[in-house]
Write a protein that binds this ligand. Sequence first.
Ligand code: PPS
Length: 297
Amino acid sequence: MEPSEKYMFKHKGSYFVRDLATPEHIDSLEEFEIRDSDVFVVTFPKSGTLWTQQILSLIYHEGHRNGTEDTDLHDRVPWLEYNVFNKDYANWPSPRLFASHLPYHLMPKGLRNGKAKVIYVARNPKDVLVSYYYFSKLSLKHEEIEDFEILMERFLAGKVQGDLWLDHVEGWTAQRDHLDILFLMYEEMKKDLKSSVLKISNFLGKSLTEKIVDDIVDKASFDKMRMDHRVNSKDASSAILDQSKGIFLRKGTTGDWKNIMTVAQSERFDSVFRKRMEKLPFKFCWDINDVPREKPF
Ligand code: PPS
């Protein structure tokens, strides 16, 4: 079944949230001018975007870290394709930090030849699906699908925001030799946030003191982010989320899929995804006790 047109539109083969983007804006991104100092967090939806946005903001904006500036996180690291507040990105001061769910082929062309940096975060797709399921209950901009199995079949067919998870991850990992790109896994961030923050700061060429790193790790923890009003700004999110139905930072764990997927559903999922997943350069964790590890490219 196709996603409801009330909530999504399809453009250039990809699904977008209807109220938050237009085909014209997506088209305009092809020629969007990229600066060498730009940094992009790229993810399939529900893979740890907000978490990485927070880490970037804490690395780049001292005022965010020490609490002297009260700027909404989405203004610090805005969405490229969902420019809901009509920001003038072309005149935004450098370094610009962006978040995006775009598949590689819809990204600005300038990314290909420049020195801009990309941080791609991947999460095990069963937890992605479960997170998406609960998020669609909360989001006023997504179709709520009560029956998990129906949503699962759409996910497996790539008929959700972000399209087919496998295509998204493969599309970006295929660019590893052509872009300045860091691949991270949600699960490794969960296991050892400090190492992940150091990986990110090294990649960005930022040398941080031990104290600052510890501070970033603290403020990017699930519990602190839940309480951070710059992350959960009521103004910014009330138009998008019905907060009476839940909270965006829901569980923040690995392996929650086991609490909702039946054995049959899990097997069906594996039968569609397993072969292509084996070729991906990640060893995904399916349980909080698994040890994440990157397979060598
Ligand atoms: S979105 O809508 O695509 O931008 O969503 P995204 O931010 O990519 O993913 C939301 C999930 O990330 C979890 N999250 C965290 N987990 C652990 N630690 C921290 N600090 C953190 N911040 C966000 C969030 O809870 C969503 O996952 P679920 O499984 O639903 O809890």
